[in-house]
Design a protein around this ligand. Structure first.
Ligand code: DOR
Ligand code: ZN
Ligand code: ZN
Length: 421
């Protein structure tokens, strides 16, 4: 099977080129100014062709919380968001802490057959923070990383052992950084707006202490580590300084941390409730700077779909999380590229090449011979985010009504069109 994509602008690591792109089977076989081939053809005039987006921090909720999302609805949402590969977090029910659950996720993903889905195994059994999970067996079943996301592993000795075992199996720990005792029930950033609203605040230090601990372990053990959803200016500084010493640390952030400040919580809209919380202007500025200089390697959605009943309650009772996989590209493009902060090639690196590299996944770059995972976008298409139109079961977004640019037109996985607007 061949697929010809004509007249588009191809975004490569070195910049943008006007070219035709020929796919054969699951590979990109030719990129050239003019390709003539009698086969299925997409006219990409006025559109940009990006390496397929790779989102390494996603909650698909299956098994166990299918009311919030399942592998089918999550896959549909992913490809609508231009995402060709997803790594899904293990805080399901049962927790993905063993080979059986990891295998189930892989099988179900193949049955659905939209995007590639890679399970992330739990670091500890049931994410209980106490007993290491079946790391080797999960790796054999296809787990691509380990995380107790939703929590930190509180005990530093357990975390040390986890990093060592994970490393022996060639897996990285993806660390949700939160000192639970210090958070002490806080649910928004601690500062002026927590005082104003009466919502219990959580200090930046609750995140930074764990960022610093994971980096200290990584540095002492000489083992790579990845920091999840960085939200604080001070966390960015800790990571920048560690990188300058040569520590093998990588880090991610999410659109809500480089777009929103905690001014938004004064609405008491529970869709603004997310963990870690959105913070203040200086944090937003530092995160943008971190994305620009590479201190923050990649952008993920932390897609955390919840049902209406989990969110339509008092702020204190609402679940943490934002349904973000369908909006991450357009928000990132609008707030980082349209504003002149990143080039499109730099954004593509943060959303495709870097995540692939961090977890050793295929893809992430457009070149001859590479896998044909592609996202075709119309950068000039302006639209208003409307959560009612989400394919995800989770309609929980604080970005409803935001005007954005950069609409996903096609998502191609292994050379097959999996989404067409
Ligand atoms: O906001 C969040 N939602 N943060 C997490 O760490 C977990 C996630 C979820 O699973 O809903
Ligand atoms: Zn998390
Ligand atoms: Zn998460």
């Amino acid at each position: 099977m061949k697929l010809l994509i004509k007249n588009g602008t191809v975004v490569t690591p070195s910049g943008e080129i006007k070219a035709d792109l020929l796919v054969e089977g699951n590979k990109i076989v030719k990129i050239s100014p003019f390709i003539d081939e009698k086969c299925k053809t997409i006219d990409a005039s006025g559109k940009h062709i990006l390496a397929g987006i790779i989102d390494i921090h996603v909650h698909l909720r299956e098994p166990g919380f299918e009311g919030k999302e399942d592998i089918e609805s999550g896959s549909k949402a992913a490809v609508a968001g231009g995402v060709t590969q997803v790594c899904c977090m293990p805080n399901t029910n049962p927790v993905c802490d063993n080979a059986v659950v990891a295998t189930y996720i892989k099988h179900r993903a193949e049955e659905v057959g939209l995007c590639k889905i890679h399970p992330i195994g739990a670091i500890t059994k049931g994410e209980n923070g106490e007993t290491l999970s079946d790391i080797g067996k999960m790796k054999a079943a296809g787990a691509v990383a380990l995380s107790d996301d939703g929590k930190s592993v509180a005990n530093s000795q357990i975390m040390r052992l986890a990093m060592e075992y994970a490393n022996d199996f060639g897996l990285k720990c993806l660390c949700h950084c939160e000192d639970k005792d210090l958070v002490d029930g806080g649910m928004v950033n601690e500062g002026y707006n927590s005082t104003l609203t009466g919502l219990k605040g959580s200090l930046r230090a609750a995140e930074d202490i764990m960022v610093a601990r994971e980096i200290a372990l990584s540095e002492s053990l000489n083992i790579p580590v990845h920091i999840c959803h960085v939200s604080t200016y001070s966390g960015v500084e800790i990571i920048r300084s560690a990188k300058s010493r040569g520590v093998q640390v990588t880090a991610e952030t999410c659109p809500h941390y480089f777009i929103l400040t905690d001014d938004i919580i004064t609405s008491y809209d529970t869709n603004t409730k997310v963990n870690p919380p959105v913070r203040e202007d200086k944090d937003v500025k530092a995160i943008i700077k971190g994305l620009k200089d590479g201190t923050l390697d990649c952008i993920v959605s932390d897609h955390a779909p919840h049902s209406l009943k989990d969110k339509q309650v008092e702020y204190e009772l609402a679940a943490f999380g934002i349904s973000g996989i369908e909006t991450s590209f357009a928000l990132s493009y609008t707030y980082l590229v349209k504003t002149g902060i990143l080039t499109l090639a730099e954004l593509s690196k943060r959303m495709s090449a870097a995540p692939a590299q961090i977890l050793g996944l295929e893809g992430g770059e457009i070149k001859e011979g590479a896998v044909a995972d592609l996202t075709i976008v119309d950068l000039n298409r302006k639209y208003v985010i409307d959560s009612k139109k989400f394919l995800s079961k989770g309609k929980n977004t604080p970005f409803n009504g935001f005007e954005v640019y950069g609409e996903v037109q096609y998502t191609i996985v292994d050379g097959a069109i999996k989404f067409k607007r």
